[in-house]
Design a protein around this ligand. Structure first.
Ligand SMILES: CC(C)(COP(=O)(O)OP(=O)(O)OC[C@H]1O[C@@H](n2cnc3c(N)ncnc32)[C@H](O)[C@@H]1OP(=O)(O)O)[C@@H](O)C(=O)NCCC(=O)NCCS
Length: 187
């Protein structure tokens, strides 16, 4: 099953289309575990999710993993954790051969749509101060740097925390179910 979200669709229209016809963005399952480990292996030198951590994310009802599948292999992955009104980006990764073709951007835009749909007002992430490419990607998407986290990673590297405020979530059902003046006068 592919995913197509309205915000991403609108914004995608502004992006050059560089994806293969067969590429599909879909939720990941346990059958993707090995492929996800491969992505972690090629995309991260140090901060890799171990197998048990990936299993935890795949099992967690508050988490969601999406993968881009080109029919032959997974080219990108996005892991999200929903914590009330905050959506945390646990990881976004694109295999080296597929980079600089807007896949990272697409994954992050879908993350925003999903977070918005789940009633989140903010999307947050941490990124190594050394990860120039990722910082640039988030800046392009209008994330705001809001803190420096000294020694955030186990090997001592610092991180920036970044966030983006999302458009107000849709009003709750009750608001639209409120009786009109006409209905009131009939009761
Ligand atoms: C960061 C990452 C996800 C970006 O994926 P991508 O598909 O290449 O990103 P996009 O093609 O959507 O890039 C959009 C913009 O972000 C910026 N950007 C992305 N990678 C960049 C790099 N290496 N250097 C400078 N700017 C970069 C550019 O402005 C780029 O636009 P441009 O290509 O028109 O110049 C990918 O490089 C990656 O997987 N890195 C390893 C894992 C990682 O560090 N993940 C993030 C931390 S959790």
């Amino acid at each position: 099953m592919g995913l197509d979200y309205p915000f991403a669709r609108e914004r995608k229209a502004q992006l050059p289309c560089a994806r293969s016809e067969r590429a599909l963005l879909r939720p990941a399952g346990f059958l993707d575990l090995e492929a996800l480990q491969r992505i972690e292996g090629v995309c991260f030198q140090r901060r890799r999710f171990r197998k048990e951590q990936l299993e935890w994310v795949l099992r967690n009802e508050r988490a969601l993993t999406l993968v881009e599948d080109d029919g032959r292999r997974l080219t990108g992955a996005l892991m999200l954790l929903f914590e009330g009104r905050v959506c945390r980006v646990l990881s976004v990764a694109v295999i080296p051969e597929a980079r600089r073709r807007e896949l990272g951007t697409r994954l992050m835009l879908v993350a925003e749509d999903l977070a918005h749909d789940r009633g989140c007002s903010t999307i947050r992430l941490e990124v190594s101060t050394q990860n120039v490419g990722a910082i640039e990607l988030y800046r392009t998407l209008e994330y705001v740097m809001d803190g420096l986290l000294p020694g955030y990673y186990s090997w001592g590297e610092d991180a920036f925390s970044m966030h983006k405020s999302l458009a107000a979530p849709p009003p709750p059902e009750v608001a639209s179910a409120r009786p009109t003046a006409e209905q009131n006068s009939m009761s």
